[in-house]
Design a protein around this ligand. Structure first.
Ligand code: ANZ
Length: 957
């Protein structure tokens, strides 16, 4: 059958599957599904309780990273992951699972706030409009979401619980012994009873309320502190490290960012560093993502070592305590608090000119260098290639292993936020120290024997010798020697020696920092925190939640001259006196009192830290989630010792922050007994990106991709040749294709198939509108295999399929099953196509059972046409909950194998047999074979050894 123009075809074939037919079919089934609640996943109890038979099935929780409702709406790149999870969820429904699949919106965010700043329109208005638009776009794709479970993070019913979780985190501390979070009241009880000493040595009773609050602030998992933060006057807000570029500017807006000390909320995620690392092992995540998390957490085993100075000590963190004998100077971070303490009034006698940088006194040199360092980002300061700068502090400390007096420098390559903010420098074996030592003419002493031929005289070297697998040399003191030991043994010996002397200990250091949790914005969750007259923070009782955002006149934080570092944030909420200053009875026995509200808001990440839990029990007004319901959907089980969502699909750009924060909140909630699953996402999968061609004119400007003509491999726009490159899809590059446009031209089922057929799900691929028609034709052929295009009659027949068709069918069933389970949707589609083509080529009417299986096979991928054909095949119930076909193994295996038949150990015949043949059957076939009969020549048979399907050995009598 030829592919005809759809427009003329409609006349000749009024029942052809066309775009118009698809549109009608799809809209009809979408309405049906909504009305029927086809995708409603029943909970074991509560308002979403339902069919106990479905509840009794094994559960599957299939989830997408939810979208930010952008005003621009979706282009065809966005739903790639949503379609994939939908196909998977549908397949799981058809293989006996109760499937939870829904989608909400991550709806606090800067674009809506910025729009509000510019237009005065409330961000809620624009956000809700964007949500509605996206919902209708998504509905058009036929995604099988349980819509009862959808919400947006801006819904007060939702952020009530975000705030509630904040309160739980605020009111807990991390018990290092038990390795878990506990209520802060338990810590207070220990301080009160004296079971635990109060830091500072005083008794709890003797402390004022403010002093107690300060003590507890050192333990709370959410705490306010004056921390050095990234202050961006140009944006009027503080930024997280990740929001600052490598050259120290704001990712958004490109304004300068300064280090400033400001009172900010933090989350003590560092308390969980070990568990966040350890629990990764049991998760089914891409190795690359696990590695990124491990690096982000950055566990380093090493030692703390005290270097005596003026009766006190500078403590360093080192991972190479085995090289202590090679430490020839020390470096402190410029901001290190001990710098002033040890800096003498004048330069010591004979101080080297390069050490003083031309300054008259150490104090002057330190001040000048600090100012210079403050203007750089951490990344800039650590850049490997950059020239090492620094200045001598005028002070000397003692190397504890050999008593040597070594100079103390400050240099920006040492960061205050890592380890102890101080290092012992071993220039012979650390590249940065080597460069620094060369620049400042400091001694370089070899203590690890080079494996190359450079020799042990480090003064002649061109670079540091770095090895973890060599012999220690030149390392003996009065009562300790490391000479001859390997690195590992040397570390152990010196660590033991340091501990014995009380001047050091083995320790583990993490790169992970606490999470800066406040933003100077309007469009975020308000903190459920008020301050009393003493400035002590109190959390709001649950009865006062949600604390809703007040209406304001001005949404912008106050911004300042971008270069003016001497400014501090003023938040939009702080300008609302009525909201900020309140009299409340917090129910703590202190009665009504005046309080001042916290006027920062939570960062964007907050709402996405726990949304997987709320989908489970979205309307619960008593709890964030009912424990039994949580246990049902997320609880630990065989193969998933930490519980969690069964499949979580989203972009690899969320490798660290979102996934780490969500894991952290899960662990806190788990520790406090609110949930049974310490991990939120058991299996993670990163889908690739849909890329698009960008066409640029001679000036380099993008021209609309839809207006391009292709001739002989070249591309033209209005007659002018343009260049084609691969890029992102979007409005700005004039290459966005909307899902609506494709649905209109071919239907949603075609779009779904095309997106799934483009390539392996985790690989990025270029969109090609011209290729979409290929999947449309598949659906047309599928339709024709069931329906007569002229009459609309079903053409399938009640006949037994022939052997080749059975083989084609069962091979397809077997392959598609495995492919759908393994998220290999492109190869699944290839197999369905092959089967469909086989039926088309066969030319005869398709046997009823084959047509049914074919429809079931494609149902997860193209649900609308499947639903329609399923009805046409005589069913009255939805295809969504049918059993997925199971392959008959007899037809799956290769058609024949060669069986060797031996008589008296000699090969007499070769038989082509089914690999599924039984021993009995094979024996019969072998004994009946002409050649075998001839070879036996009438002799009786003593024994037949059969190894089906490959061997028959006959022993004549
Ligand atoms: C002596 C030494 C000798 C070091 C040697 C390395 C090699 P990781 O593995 O990333 O944890 N260091 C410690 N604190 C630092 C800070 N605040 N800023 C910059 N550098 C710092 O790195 C630990 C190593 O980085 C430590 O071990 C220390 O240098 C340096 F042959 O100490 B080492």
């Amino acid at each position: 059958m030829s592919e005809t123009n759809p427009a003329t075809a409609e006349v000749a074939a009024p029942h052809r599957y066309t775009a118009a037919a698809a549109a009608e079919i799809e809209a009809r089934w979408q309405d049906f599904w909504d009305a029927d609640g086809t995708y409603a996943a029943p909970n074991p109890k509560g308002d979403l309780a339902g069919d106990p038979k479905l509840v009794a099935k094994p559960k599957k929780y299939v989830m997408d990273m939810f979208p930010y409702p952008s005003g621009a709406g979706l282009h065809v790149g966005h739903p790639l992951g949503y379609i994939a999870t939908d196909v998977f969820a549908r397949f799981q429904r058809m293989t006996g699972h109760n499937v939870l699949h829904t989608l909400g919106f991550d709806a606090f965010g800067l674009p809506a706030e910025q729009h509000a700043v510019q237009t005065g329109e409330h961000p809620r208005v624009t956000t809700e409009a964007a949500i509605n638009n996206m919902k209708s776009q998504l509905r058009r794709l036929g995604l099988g979401h349980d819509k009862r479970r959808s919400f947006a993070t801006i819904d007060p019913d939702y952020y009530k619980w975000t705030q509630w979780i904040f309160v739980q985190i605020f009111n807990s501390w991390y018990d290092d012994k038990a390795k878990k979070a506990r209520p802060i009241s338990e810590l207070v009880a220990r301080f009160e009873s004296g079971e635990r000493a109060v830091p500072g040595g005083r008794s709890w009773d003797a402390l004022s309320a403010a002093e107690r609050a300060d003590v507890l602030g050192e333990y709370r998992l959410a705490y306010a502190s004056d921390a050095p933060v990234n202050w961006c006057p140009g944006l009027g807000t503080v930024l997280a490290n990740e929001e600052v570029t490598a050259d120290g500017r704001s990712e958004r807006g490109n304004f300068p960012v300064f280090k400033a000390k400001l009172r900010q909320w933090n989350m003590r995620i560092t308390a969980y560093a070990d568990r966040l690392l350890d629990d990764l092992n049991e998760l089914d995540w891409p190795e690359a993502i696990k590695l990124q998390q491990r690096n982000w957490i950055g566990r380093s085993e090493g030692a703390r070592v005290d270097f005596p100075i003026d009766g006190e000590a500078i403590t360093v963190f080192t991972t190479r305590q085995d090289t202590l004998f090679g430490a020839t100077y020390m470096v402190l971070a410029p901001e290190h608090p001990l710098v002033e303490k040890f800096t003498p009034a004048a330069w010591p006698e004979g101080t080297h000119d390069v050490w003083t940088a031309g300054h008259a006194t150490p104090a002057e040199a330190v001040a000048a260098y600090r100012a210079q360092a403050a203007s750089k980002s951490d990344v800039e300061r650590q850049a490997e290639a950059k020239d090492k700068t620094g200045v001598f502090t005028g002070a000397f400390a003692t190397n504890p292993v050999n008593g040597e007096q070594i100079p103390v420098f400050i240099a920006d390559y040492v960061l205050m936020g890592y380890g102890t903010g101080a290092i012992m420098a071993v220039p012979a074996h650390d590249t940065r120290d080597f460069a620094f030592a060369r620049a400042f003419e400091l001694p370089i002493r070899c203590v690890v024997e080079p494996s190359d031929d450079r020799g042990t005289d480090a003064s002649t070297w061109d670079d540091a010798f770095v090895s973890y697998d060599a012999k220690i040399v030149n390392s003996h003191g009065e009562d300790v020697s490391l000479d001859g030991l390997g690195v590992t043994d040397a570390k152990a010996r010196i660590t033991e020696w340091l501990a014995r002397k009380g001047i050091g200990e083995g320790t583990v250091n993490f790169r992970l920092r606490d999470w800066l949790f406040s933003r100077q914005r309007y469009w975020g969750e308000p903190f459920p925190i008020v301050y009393d007259e003493d400035g002590i923070a109190h959390s709001l009782p649950e009865s006062m939640l949600p604390l809703e955002l007040p209406e304001v006149e001005d949404y912008s934080p106050r911004t300042f001259d971008p270069d003016d570092a001497d400014t501090s944030p003023e938040t939009p909420l702080s300008r609302n006196q009525d909201w900020v200053d309140v009299t409340l009875d917090l129910g703590d026995g202190r009665g009504p009192r005046p309080y001042r509200r916290e006027t920062n808001t939570m960062p964007n990440w907050a709402g996405s830290c726990w949304y997987e839990l709320r989908y489970l029990d979205p309307h619960n007004s008593e709890k964030l989630v009912d424990p039994e319901i949580e246990q049902y959907w997320m609880g630990p089980r065989a193969g998933q010792p930490h519980g969690g969502v069964d499949l979580y699909v989203g972009g690899a750009e969320h490798a660290v922050l979102h996934l780490l924060y969500a894991r952290f909140w899960s662990k806190v909630l788990y520790d406090l007994g609110h949930i049974s699953s310490p991990e939120p996402f058991h299996k993670l999968y990163n889908q690739g990106m849909i890329q698009a061609f960008v066409y640029r004119d001679s000036r380099g400007f993008p021209v609309p991709a839809t207006e391009i003509e292709e001739r002989d491999g070249a591309f033209f726009h209005n007659g002018e040749q343009v260049k084609r490159e691969l890029g992102k899809m979007g409005k700005s590059l004039k290459n966005a294709v909307t899902p609506e446009a494709i649905c209109e031209e071919y239907g949603a089922d075609t779009l779904r198939l095309y997106e799934m057929a483009m390539g392996p799900l985790d690989v990025s691929r270029p969109w090609d509108t011209r290729a979409v028609v290929g999947q449309y034709r598949l659906l047309q052929r599928l339709w024709r295999n069931v329906v007569d295009e002229a009459t609309g009659e079903v053409t399938v027949v009640d006949a037994e399929p022939d052997e080749t068709t059975l083989r084609a069918l069962h091979k397809a069933i077997d392959g598609v099953r495995q492919d759908l389970e393994g998220l290999r949707f492109n190869t699944a589609i290839a197999k369905v196509t092959e089967l469909n083509n086989h039926l088309t080529k066969a030319g005869a009417a398709v046997p009823h059972p084959v047509a049914e299986s074919l429809v079931l096979l494609i149902a997860p991928l193209a649900p609308h046409i499947a639903e329609e054909l399923w009805r046409k095949l005589g069913h009255t119930d939805s295809v969504v909950h049918q059993d997925f076909p199971v392959a008959d193994p007899r037809y799956v295996v290769d058609e024949t194998v060669t069986c060797v038949v031996q008589v008296k150990g000699k090969v007499k015949a070769r038989l082509e047999v089914s690999p599924a043949i039984s021993d009995d059957e094979l024996e019969k076939v072998a004994l009946a074979d002409e050649k075998v009969v001839a070879a036996l020549d009438g002799a009786g048979i003593r024994k037949v050894i059969v190894r089906a399907p490959k061997l028959v050995n006959i022993v004549p009598a």
